[in-house]
Design a protein around this ligand. Structure first.
Ligand code: PNS
Length: 174
């Protein structure tokens, strides 16, 4: 049997239950799975720092022995080669994801034919879930139960309250 090391790349701002579902599925399929947080080029909409995202992902995956969490910069395929990875894992939720994912997978293959992209579907109840929607619901004070782990929900509430305080007073909370 081959030793398959897969990279699961993404922004994870923040990690959702959909991501965690895919990580669990991926950990069963691959010998090793590296969850890789991409250093943002566009930070304007970011809610959490790279380190905060990593901290939440590490806490949520600590029971999965073959899963690790890293931060990477630059091209994904170059990072794969540096890590000795032969696969990239991406989640496809709905048909609408497919076009962009296909473009990325084919471009990555053109740049680095040694790395294969593997698509997996998350559980159906997460097919409408994304970090962007979670950030928006959090900012508007909507319910987050079932969308993100309790720890992430708590961090989101704190962060949104902190941002609101800053924009209302111009001052940081202690
Ligand atoms: O969670 P996201 O935002 O859908 O993840 C997108 C991500 C991070 C996987 C993608 O933007 C990426 O691979 N970035 C690294 C830079 C890179 O290699 N870009 C070329 C892709 S063809």
């Amino acid at each position: 049997m081959k030793n398959i090391v897969a990279i699961y790349p993404g922004s994870f701002d923040p990690v959702t239950n959909g991501h965690l579902d895919l990580i669990e599925r991926g950990s069963k399929l691959f010998d090793k799975l590296i969850v890789a947080i991409a250093q943002n080029l566009d930070k304007s909409e970011a809610l959490f720092s790279m380190e905060e995202r990593k901290e939440m992902l590490v806490a949520m995956t600590e029971e999965l022995d073959n899963v690790s969490v890293e931060i990477f910069e630059g091209l994904l395929v170059s990072y794969c080669i540096r890590q000795g990875a032969n696969a990239v894992l991406r989640g496809i939720r709905a048909v609408s994801d497919y076009e962009f994912e296909l473009q990325m997978a084919l471009m990555n293959r053109k740049m680095e034919p040694r790395v294969e992209t593997v698509f997996m579907m998350p559980a159906q109840q997460y097919s409408y879930l994304s970090s962007r929607i979670v950030r928006e619901i959090a900012k508007l004070g909507g319910p987050l139960t079932g969308l993100v782990p309790a720890m992430v929900e708590e961090r989101l509430r704190e962060r949104v309250a902190h941002r609101r305080h800053i924009s209302a007073t111009g001052k940081h909370l202690l």
